[in-house]
Design a protein around this ligand. Structure first.
Ligand code: FAD
Length: 290
């Protein structure tokens, strides 16, 4: 199923998971998936380690989601280290597993790398290639509502986003963003630039102080006053921080939905219990796991 068709009917609802490290068991994630299915997500996306270090596990997870029949898998895929031939081979492997939705990204460059060391320097080129070679695949693209850290200006970043649309992407999945006003400004600007694709908002739950600060800052995102206050007030007490962070996340879900997002994509961090608690508080209930 082409998951972009959902946006034509309603706001989509989805999750992101990541493969466990190669020396860790798969079972906890498979159990997490069983719990996530109870929220009836439109799709579950699975990250791809740039350079393909976890490629086997990424495919295994996507295949398991597909096999469950309970959600559609969306695999992440990157330019990093991939030649045209690699891309052709890997896309065919996904198709053979029944995986037909791909989030095509440049990828996080490993430390010390200047470029992707592959045939594609940027996501727009990868999208164009996949679209031409595999028209049966549905392709999503990434975007940063507060500008990609490498982009010299928002204008240029949006110009490259427009190229992803022109090259065949059917919807946008965003980087995390805590600033609802910045997100709304981004929406206005991309629409003015002729980007008409649905925008699936990536929401990062606020659970632990150091990771949330690290992920926010490393992606060039801002920390709004309300979140800064939580960090300042509860930063030394993990339990109180998690409680305040979850309550904040619930308020953020309501605010982004009010802002008119086309889809809500929750970065689960593979933490089912916390995500379930947040969704429960937000009035989004799952059904019991059988
Ligand atoms: P690009 O679109 O290539 O943009 C990167 C930078 O280059 C931007 O500054 C852009 O303005 C500029 N640019 C774009 N096109 C051109 C061009 N043609 N010429 C010149 N400059 C250009 N990373 C992973 O490794 N694995 C994952 O699983 C993963 N999942 C992600 C999921 C989501 C929803 C998002 C938003 C990001 C994810 N990332 C993942 C991170 C992503 O790989 C990084 O943010 C990366 O730095 C940029 O990816 P991109 O596809 O936006 O790149």
């Amino acid at each position: 199923m082409d998951v972009s068709t959902v946006f034509k009917k309603r706001m989509s609802f989805s999750f992101e998971v990541f493969p466990p490290k190669m020396d860790q068991p798969m079972e906890p994630l498979l159990e997490t998936l069983d719990h996530l299915y109870t929220f009836d997500p439109d799709f579950i996306s699975c990250t791809y380690g740039a350079g393909g270090t976890n490629k086997g596990r990424n495919s295994e997870i996507c295949a398991s989601i597909k096999k469950s029949g309970k959600a559609e898998p969306v695999t992440h895929f990157t330019c990093v280290g991939n030649s045209r031939e690699d891309v052709k081979q890997i896309m065919q492997e996904y198709l053979d597993l029944g995986i037909t939705n791909v989030l095509a990204l440049r990828g996080d460059l490993p430390a010390g790398w200047e470029g992707t060391r592959g045939d594609f320097a940027h996501a727009d080129q990868l999208i164009g290639f996949i679209h031409k070679e595999f028209p049966q695949l549905n392709i999503a693209c990434g975007a940063c509502p507060e500008k990609h850290p490498d982009a010299p200006s928002m204008e240029q970043d949006i110009m490259h986003l427009r190229a992803k649309q022109d090259n065949g992407a059917t919807f946008i999945m965003t980087q995390l963003c805590h600033d609802v006003d910045a997100f709304s400004r981004f929406m206005e600007r991309i629409r003015k630039a002729g980007v008409t694709l649905p925008v699936d908002m990536g929401l990062m739950p606020v659970l632990r102080k150091d990771p949330i600060i690290r992920m926010t800052l490393s992606n060039g995102c801002s920390i709004p006053g309300e979140l800064a206050t939580i960090i300042g007030k509860y930063g030394d007490n993990p339990e109180d921080f998690a409680k305040a962070g979850k309550e904040y996340t619930v308020r953020q879900i309501a605010r982004f939905i009010d802002a008119g997002i086309d889809g809500l994509h929750i970065y689960t961090l593979n933490k089912y219990a916390d995500v379930a608690e947040i969704l429960g508080m937000a009035g989004i209930q799952g059904s019991p796991v059988k």
